[in-house]
Design a protein around this ligand. Structure first.
Ligand SMILES: [Zn+2]
Length: 357
């Protein structure tokens, strides 16, 4: 077959070029011996091109990506597509059913279990099915996550920028902030990228919610990737006003509480904090003692506590240092009212209705 001919996507059965198929794919069994099945959409374009794997809910309570994939799967037809879209709508089905991060019972982390093994624990067996049947057949990967529960995260991508192909993918997705690093051992992103399938993680907002502003941004990010690689030639590649790539060597710090008590966030509405500014105060229940947690340097808050009580050692926020140049660009954006993507983020503006744009 010539290289530029569209090919079937082979599972146990083929999804032929020009075909859009929605089905469930068995990756495990319940105690009752019933199948545990991932909802899958495969859109195999009429024309040849890259195969893009989109995954959501590897952590079962991280829902924003589930909504992104529903919209992506609904949006494109085989006649639009040069290549193939593979959407694994909910990868960690048992965690999703329980609305929890890990696989229930043994609390195994599916996103530390790749590429998996055929004969191993439950998580590695599931990861093996997902990896061999779907991920390994693709050319690019987008894996959607949110913060863990009781926290929220700024909209950003995580990617190994040391790899030019992964850098291209991360830039095409169009977030302002990219955290660069190889990723945790056994994560889908790290394993796929190392095996020649550039894959990025998209971090967006909080668990247990649909946040429409972020979902819309991510959907346009997917389209930007599809445009960049010619999978959806009618799409537009996003060119963000500014981009900050934070390498592994750059200063990132989890600020932690030193006292137990009630947390009141002081920062916002933007996640830009200057050296010495108050990020939050922690008071005792009689409101007689107050401790202020200050920014140790000027930076962006990329992750933050939502649960309003803390104890010593509890993470308050994840702060990443930025250069003066980036700070000035962000301040210009703030003054123009264009600090988009963060509006949904400020702690006091985190009520769900505030996420709609
Ligand atoms: Zn996650």
């Amino acid at each position: 077959m010539a290289d530029d001919q569209p090919r079937p996507f082979r599972l146990d059965a083929d999804v032929d070029p020009g075909e859009k198929r929605q089905f469930r794919y068995e990756v495990s069994e319940t105690y009752l011996g019933d199948p545990v099945e991932i909802p899958v959409t495969i859109i195999n374009g009429e024309a040849d091109g890259p195969r893009v794997c989109l995954t959501a809910a590897l952590h079962g309570d991280e829902l924003n990506g589930v909504k992104v994939l529903q919209e992506v799967a609904d949006r494109y037809r085989p006649s639009d597509i040069h290549g193939t879209l593979v959407c694994l709508h909910v990868v960690n089905v048992p965690g999703y059913q329980a609305q929890q991060r890990y696989l229930p019972i043994y609390d195994q982390d599916l996103n530390r279990s790749f590429p998996g093994k055929e004969r191993s624990n439950t998580a590695e067996r599931m990861a093996h099915q997902v990896y061999t049947r779907f991920v390994s057949q693709c050319d690019l990967g987008l894996d959607f996550h949110t913060s863990t529960r009781n926290r929220t995260t700024m909209y950003h991508a995580r990617a190994d920028i040391g790899n030019p192909e992964t850098e291209r993918l991360a830039e095409a997705f169009g977030t302002n902030v990219i955290l660069s690093g190889e990723g945790d051992a056994g994560s889908l992103r790290a394993v796929a990228s190392r095996n020649g399938i550039p894959t990025i993680t998209v971090e967006m907002g909080k668990a247990h919610r649909f946040q429409p502003g972020l979902i819309e941004k991510a959907r346009t990010g997917v389209e930007s990737v599809l445009a960049e690689y010619g999978v959806y030639p009618e799409g537009t590649v996003i060119e963000p006003e500014w981009r900050k790539v934070m390498g592994p060597g750059e200063e990132k710090r989890w600020l932690r509480a030193d006292t137990g008590g009630l947390v009141e966030m002081e920062w916002g509405p933007n996640p830009l904090v200057h050296d010495g500014e108050a990020i939050c105060t922690i008071t005792d229940h009689f409101n007689t003692e107050e401790r202020v947690v200050e920014a140790p340097f000027t930076g962006l808050i990329v992750g933050v506590l939502e649960n309003p009580v803390a104890l010593p050692g509890h993470p308050i926020c994840h702060l990443v240092r930025i250069s003066d140049e980036t700070r000035e660009e962000i301040e210009r954006e703030i003054s123009r009212g264009e600090f988009d993507g963060y509006r949904s983020y400020g702690q006091r503006w985190m009520a769900d209705e505030g996420d709609a744009e």
